[in-house]
Design a protein around this ligand. Sequence first.
Ligand code: HC3
Length: 495
Amino acid sequence: MVFQLFAELLLNMSITTFTSVCSAQIEVIPCKICGDKSSGVHYGVITCEGCKGFFRRSQLPTVSYSCSRQSNCQIDRASRNRCQHCRLQKCLAQGMSRDAVKFGRMSKRQRDSLIAEVERHRQQQQQQQQLQGDTQSVLSYPTKARQDRSPQLLQPIAYPFSGDADLLSYTAEMHPHLVCSTYESQMSGMIYRGSGVSPTSRSQGRGDNGSHPDIRGEALMCTHFTVCLSLYPLLPVPYFSVVSLAHELCASIVRSHRETSQYRVEELQALRWKLFSREEIQTYQNKSVDEMWQHCAIRLTDAVQYVVEFAKHIPGFRMLSQNDQIALLKTGSMEVVLVRMSRFFNTENNTVFFDGKFAGAEVFKSLACGDLITAVFEFAHNMCALKLTEHQIALFSALVLINTDRPCLEDRGRVQRVQKSVELGLTHILHRDNQESLMHKLYQKMAELRSLCSMHMEKLRWFSQRYPLTAHSLFPPLYKELFASEAELLPGTTH
Ligand code: HC3
């Protein structure tokens, strides 16, 4: 069966994908709005975090700005907060748009010119550095001062990490934008575990500059501060690398979660008492079953498309075969939508943000699947009780998606390596938050998600037999691809 739409969504090089591939480079270009240090491409334009947040807030339905001068205020780092109207006008003039973040509004031409601009800025930076002269010695073992620069990375953390060399080198492979810099980075982070070799003994029986022939010759892609080596089992696990790779991995996943999560939690907080009136609820309840299913299918499909964008930026996901990417999305994206739903859920009145307001279960009554609604609302409520942070939700969502138990996978081994790296990231986050006990609960939630989705499939099979015309011709095409194999929604679907 061809999943044409999924394939197109995956190939669509969205701006966020572009950002995650070369975010480190993009940041050499200053914010297009105020000139401050940029943090990537946001809403289609290279901006700083401040202007990104400002634009996001400006898009709330309740927000409008006016200028008390002639609407031509100077917007720079110092003055950007003085006039919201002119700042927003500059954002719009530069091309910032809510849609841009969704599905790759950046054309190949735009992408190429962005790459060229990054290159120009990088060369300018390199020329400046050259002028500063490269007198620093980079081969000496880091001095105390240098060690202080990143003490948290050099502190041994009691990690339940197996130090699987294969995983580590694979994780390195997943970070194509990591570029190795100096031998110093290989020296500074090597905390040896298990081998009984300590960094200070590194210089014994080594080359004149203390380099370990294997390590030096085997350096793969690595960042300026992370060393990822093609490790032989005998070589010490570069502990510092594990921590900083986990950190890198988490940062990528959290950034992607933030940019594809439809709404920020603080935005929803501000709207939490925006409830449907009795009349509006009645309007939903007066819809016919097939009308309400079609309505929810459209909303669900929209949410799934954000999940597809999120998946594309999980390090390693796009290195899986397209078949495996689609197989993971087909079975995992509804589960991630349900995880994300807990972010839209208000436990004080058991309502969920839907169609711009908070809706109770009664709004979905005309779906005629009350048990599914009850189960979904109960799941959302219990997820909220875990009080997960956004970082934890991001890593958990990635783990829900990258699951080697899914059917129809071609290269289970490869999926497993990505899954293990995401598990490492989640372990890293939970350890940092001192909440390791959550891991067990999250695995229980994954089991609940699977039963919710099989319940949903049962309802969908019932619905597509009861209302074949709606199911076959009125549901969004991506929705049909998503649930096709289990619910005969596409011509030629076989069980
Ligand atoms: C789960 C849900 C459908 C999806 C709804 C979503 C997740 C859609 C995206 C919105 O931003 C947030 C949101 C709120 C409510 C969610 C609905 C609650 C109940 C309903 C069903 C259980 C699934 C509907 C099945 C169908 C017809 C879509 O396949």
